[in-house]
Design a protein around this ligand. Structure first.
Ligand code: NDP
Length: 286
């Protein structure tokens, strides 16, 4: 008696989502623009629909995981009236604005938008998280079904909220990867291998992770008093990173935005504050 599920989009992610539902015993209908890509799943018990509308009509719950918002619009246009009274969950990566637009285009359905915080290999395994926002009843009704894919977290009825969290979390990740790439380029320029150096970075970042809750509390309270490390000290130390990098024949591109934020915060009179004060220098009107 598992909820029948439809999965639209069988790329690297969509096919794994469909497989997870099959493995969990959900009757699973699939549709992909290039129909040949459904063959493996059909061999393992999925039903292949000939059109998007037929796929949606196969059950109460449809999950869309295609490439971009534009492709979501194509899918919703092809779905037409078939979505009426059904739940549509869009797990395609997009902006908050695109999520709200898709919700409007899917009017008549109970719409949820989501952000997949996992790569395909993590789906249906511990550590995978999917963020949802939009129609509250739809989330509650299908929560257990969503848990087949990953831990499911609901972020409220603004359809754009999951995309906001998703993109903000990925922004933090890109900052980390940018910093890591620069660090590796520095040591490699002096002949140190990445694998030799990596444990030092991992240990250091894990120690730095411990500072995030207090930093977040400072951002919320507006009290940036620090006995750890002031912006003025960081501003003074920053040229070392840039000079050392240039001396190694490296572009300091990853470091420059951070230097500029710290510099502007000090110039704005925040030199005694903690580093996370730079949050206030990010708004365009700051
Ligand atoms: P793929 O490039 O592997 O697959 C893209 C899918 O979108 C294909 O099924 C493709 O169909 C379909 N598609 C593209 N354009 C259209 C269109 N106009 N109409 C209908 N279908 C279309 O991407 P992924 O599966 O990796 O990613 C899918 C979504 O999941 C993306 O939004 C991605 O950001 C997100 N995501 C992916 C993660 C990952 O690690 N892979 C992680 C987290 C999120 P066709 O086969 O016909 O080309």
């Amino acid at each position: 008696d598992k909820t029948p599920v439809t999965v639209i989009g069988l790329g690297l992610m969509g096919r794994v989502l469909a497989q997870a539902f099959l493995d969990a015993g959900h009757p699973t209908t699939v549709w992909n623009r290039t129909p040949e890509k459904a063959a493996d799943l059909v061999a393992r018990g999925a039903k292949q629909a000939a059109t998007v509308a037929e796929a949606v009509e196969a059950g109460p719950l449809t999950i869309i995981c295609v490439l971009t918002h534009d492709s979501v619009e194509d899918v919703l246009a092809a779905a037409g009236g078939s979505i009426a009274g059904r739940t549509i969950v869009n797990l395609t990566n997009g902006t908050p604005e695109q999520a709200r637009k898709a919700e409007a285009l899917a009017a008549g359905s109970e719409y949820l938008d989501g952000g997949i915080m996992a790569v395909p290999q993590m789906i249906a395994k511990p550590g995978a998280l999917i963020l949802y926002s939009g129609h509250p009843d739809a989330f509650e009704r299908y929560r257990e079904t969503f848990e087949v894919l990953a831990e499911a977290r609901y972020l409220g009825d603004d359809a754009g909220r999951a995309a906001l969290y998703d993109l903000a979390m990925l922004s933090a990740m890109y900052g980390m990867y940018g910093g890591f790439a620069h660090a590796l380029a520095m040591v490699r320029a002096e002949g140190v291998s990445a694998t030799e150096f990596e444990p030092y970075v991992s240990g250091w970042l894990q120690a730095m992770f411990q500072t995030l809750p207090a930093a977040a509390a400072q951002v919320d309270s507006g009290d940036f008093v620090t006995d750890v490390s002031s912006l003025a000290m960081n501003d003074t130390a920053f040229p070392n990173f840039i000079e050392a990098s240039r001396a190694l024949g490296l572009r300091p591109d990853v470091l420059l935005p951070m230097r500029d934020l710290i510099r502007r915060a000090v110039e704005a009179g925040h030199g005694a504050d903690s580093v996370i004060r730079i949050v206030d220098m990010i708004p365009e009107n700051s």
